[in-house]
Design a binder for this molecule. Structure first.
Ligand code: 3PG
Length: 334
């Protein structure tokens, strides 16, 4: 018996000349995948296999451009898989059947958790599933930065440089692993992570963000966007970096105090800012810092077939496990 009785079985009689047949009218549980930035096809195929294998129906809303499209698509969805797609009170109001939303990825700042709880909707993420992809991109951006955006001029190497990992979660740990392969000296700051976890990974723990930025040639951001971290990467912190410092952001644009970073980069013409999340002030950064600023056109850290498969299928499995067994292990609005 499923944890939720979504299957409304109503036996009905149909008379024929031969016999009486019983048919069962079943309302299938509907899982909507709503991704403004779609998963690779192979990941969607994997999600479909899990969803249909459980006897549920899969609906797809990809590359949508208007919120209205999402509002219409969620109307009869029982479960929802999203990426950075925003699920706010309006979406939850429109999703009258919704029981669960799973953010296929790590950061769930795009879900209004209080509204989800008020609507009795379970919200989950899929921690760790796309972290290698993001970490690989972070190192790729570092190489791009130290080689002067591949503009033909002489750059520097990562070997022997000091890398600061700001937050030692799933992505930070993968960044450390790969950076050590480059021969970098790796430091990390994470108020919520014990020193032992860092030292076991061959990483030197530091005990404040200030110390991390003062120590490292390159800082890679892996903090979530929360009330505490919003605009916390500011003039004071980045201004502590040694000459030629590079800030790499594969986390969230909200953690940057953009105006303060712009002011700092005007004062310190040696600093570079490389980001996978286009700032609100992208045009200003682009105009002012032609050879010191780069932003990907669309967040692409987790945009690999492997990450899509890992996160998408994990999301589908978590939905089935929740519906069938009530498993709330990855719930983030408890
Ligand atoms: C995450 O939080 O998992 C990453 O930022 C990836 O986000 P995306 O699924 O929108 O690419």
């Amino acid at each position: 018996m499923p944890y939720f009785s979504f299957h409304h079985s109503e036996p009905t009689r149909k008379k024929t000349t031969q016999a009486v047949f019983y048919t069962t009218l079943v309302k299938k549980m509907k899982v909507l995948v709503a991704t403004e930035k779609p998963f690779a096809k192979v990941a969607v195929d994997g999600i479909r296999e899990v969803v249909e294998g459980a006897g549920y129906e899969l609906a797809l809303l990809e590359k949508y451009t208007e919120k209205q499209q999402l509002l219409e698509a969620v109307a009869d969805a029982d479960a929802l898989i999203i990426r950075s797609d925003k699920v706010d009170a309006e979406v939850l109001d429109a999703a009258k059947q919704l029981k669960i939303v799973v953010r296929a990825g790590a950061g769930y700042d795009n879900i209004d958790l209080a509204a989800a709880t008020a609507h009795k909707v379970v919200a989950m993420n899929t921690p760790g599933q796309n972290s290698n992809a993001v970490a690989e991109l972070a190192l790729g951006l570092m190489v791009y930065a130290v080689r002067n955006f591949y503009n033909g001029t002489s750059g520097t190497e990562l070997l022997g440089k000091k890398l600061g990992i700001h937050a030692f979660g799933n992505v930070g740990r993968n960044v450390a692993r790969i950076a050590k392969g480059f021969g970098m000296e790796v430091y990390a700051y994470d108020a919520y992570c014990p020193d032992e976890a860092m030292t076991a990974a061959g990483v030197t723990p530091v005990h404040s963000a200030e110390e991390l930025y003062s120590t490292c040639n390159i800082v890679s951001l892996h903090i979530p966007a929360t009330a505490e971290t919003k605009e916390s990467i500011n003039h004071d912190l980045v201004g502590r970096m040694p000459k030629g410092g590079i800030l790499v952001n594969t986390a969230r644009k909200e953690v940057i105090n953009e105006e303060e970073l712009i002011a700092l980069m005007q004062e310190r013409t040696d600093l570079k800012y490389i980001t996978d999340i286009m700032p609100v002030a992208d045009a200003k950064f682009r105009t002012l810092f032609e050879n010191r600023y780069f932003a990907t056109p669309k967040k692409m850290g987790a945009q690999t077939a492997e990450a899509n498969i890992n996160a998408g299928i994990a999301a589908a499995k978590q939905i089935v496990d929740f519906i069938e067994n009530g498993n709330t292990r990855f719930q983030v609005n408890k």
